[in-house]
Ligand binder design. Sequence first.
Ligand code: ADP
Ligand code: MG
Length: 697
Amino acid sequence: MDLTTDLTYLKGVGSARARMFAAKGLETVEDLLHYIPIRYEDRSNVKTIGSLAPGEMATVLATVRSARLANLRGRRLDLFEAVFTDGSPQLLIATWFHARYLEGVLVPGQRVALYGKVEYDDFKGELALRHPEFEILAGDDPDASLHVGRVVPIYEAVQKINAKQLRTLLHRLLAELAPVPDPMPEHVLRRLGLTDRWTALRHVHFPPPEADLAHWNSHRSPAHTRLIMEEFFWLECGLELKRRKARTAPGIPFALTDRVRERIKQMLPFKPTGAQKKVLREIAEDMAAPRPMSRLLQGDVGSGKTLVAAQAAIIALENGYQVALLAPTEILAAQHFYTWKQLLGKLGYVIVGLTGSNTAREKTQLKKLLREGLAQVAVGTHALIEEDVEFQKLGLAVVDEQHRFGVVQRLRLSRKGVHPDVLVMTATPIPRTLALTFYGDLDVSVIDELPPGRKPIVTRHVPSARIEQVYSFLLREIGKGRQAYVVYPVIEESETKSFKAAEAGYEHLSKEVFPDLRVGLLHGRMTAAAKEAVMESFKRGETQVLVSTTVIEVGVDVPNATVMVIEQAERFGLAQLHQLRGRVGRGGEQSYCVLVTEKLGDTARERVRALVDSQDGFAIAELDLQLRGPGEFFGTKQSGLPALRFADLIRDRDLLLAARAEAQSFVAHPPSPEVLRAAVAFIRDHWQRRYGLVQVG
Ligand code: ADP
Ligand code: MG
């Protein structure tokens, strides 16, 4: 038996249990070893019933005196109640709900270990345990001492395999397994003072007698530290290898001639900000270098990323290459198509827009233009990365709102050229820890300045009871010639409900509240053409109030809109609220964001307060990350965030930084080429897929 052995071969794991494990992604011995406890309990403190005090956590060894299944007032609660004795003058009552399965298990005379919080049952006048953990103590159970009288690991159940059964399995597994090899480079272990892998694995499941449980429970035991560091170390090695590999591929050395500079100047509709100039310099240098660019352009909403991307596009275009711009939604793609057509079209480049709403005939035609190089620029949604879209000579691939796409999509776009330069853009300011993993293989440019004349957006929280005030405020702003958005939330249970909310809001606002205003409606169920028509009308200023679902969340740019009203703001995530707010404040006028709430829970209150208090995208993202955790933060599972087993990107960020430094120096100066080769092979075999690392080494 070794780490790769299938779990079915493990004693105590039949095909039924193997299926349960497999459903959790646990298939091999190694997978099971990596299934670490969620916490540890000190059951060495065994007490007699007579010495128990209400409020304490305690372990009791006792015998069942009587037991019965009761259903309360006809409700099928299957309340199981057992009375225990251990010779003390007092009795102990234990109850379990929905526990029909205990019939025939806890029978009179059975000896049991119980662990739980002691309470005093006023009604019965006895000490009680509600839903205690219990373990049968059979006289001939060789594992009996595994579950009481010591520190025990508590596992999250794997379907029907409970904590106790997992403990037994792991204990047996560790006893039968020969010590496992340690793949981590020795000098790294030594320098970081890390425990070897075998010790770490044994101790993470069964803490040694001298263990300080506080460390184990806070995931900071030597065993935990070692496993977390190992996970981060391989991840960071993988990212570093990927980064190096990308840097050595032959790229396009774009020439930065006077003509290129001249054309960029011709295109610019306004003077770039200092920050825009700085990032363009970084991008241009990267594009001129003879290796492919992989750069992230990060800038808060409204900071002017689109203009920078258009400048980069000209560099590629003037060198005779094509440019692709990928956007996550139809509306944003249409928006970019429109903007780029104005910016680049006037220089004579041919631009096509490719989205899911093109007819088959249009698509065929547009694809032909791209394939033959008759169109130089393509702007589109996912339709752009479909198999049959080909470019004659793709030189620059731009991905907007990168966090909406996965690593795979980015790759699929860039594969449409021969090592084209890649620029990904995001308005989600990624906290540093996450940036190191999520974008660890990219160089980063940051736009840290907004275009001139922008005033901070005034943000207010208004309970829905006072909505009338919001309406009259909105009327005043529109009287001054401004425009407004009113946004309704995505209702998670049902997409239908969410668009109904917007539709009902639209009916109400257009007929009853603002009968004299021109009110428009925008939601995801409309055809692309209808959406475009609505946006056009809003952009031209004909529509004064745009009622919408979150389809406008990213990228929409109408500088004359100065009021953003968000209905049921408590239903939105923090980053989403920040994005929505970023739809206003895009011109020189004072802009406002009104968060209307109905029912406000604690975290929602915190979100609303954060938004009212701050406009700093980074601070907001940090808080969002803390409130939601990294997985949720990026939304999708396929976002490229690695699936970590031991480590937690928030809790363990200090360890991540240390592991990263170590990984970088290891890849740069391996003790020998063989050691590095072994590491590359190890990462490829073990971690590549899980970490979403494509093309390591
Ligand atoms: P982002 O994509 O970063 O959210 P955009 O590129 O959509 O931001 O730009 C936001 C708005 O600011 C647009 O209306 C754009 O025309 C304008 N803008 C961009 N750069 C400048 C600048 N240097 N001076 C004035 N306005 C600018
Ligand atoms: Mg943008």
